[in-house]
Design a protein. Structure first.
Length: 60
């Protein structure tokens, strides 16, 4: 079962990468949960959507 994500959660890809902030989580037509994330690296803002199974919540 896919993990539930809440707007404002800090997440990372299970394969690594920067900490990201969840901005939206929506169920797609295929029934899969996709999570929109934003992050900053070297003053560059990025945004991308990921399948929820590729993400894990970062415990601060």
């Amino acid at each position: 079962m896919a993990q539930k994500f809440v707007i404002g959660d800090i997440v990372k890809l299970k394969s690594g990468g920067p900490a990201m902030t969840v901005t939206e989580a929506t169920v797609q037509n295929n029934g899969r949960l996709h999570v929109q994330c934003i992050w900053y690296i070297a003053e560059k803002y990025s945004r991308e959507s990921f399948d929820s199974d590729a993400l894990t919540v970062v415990v601060l």
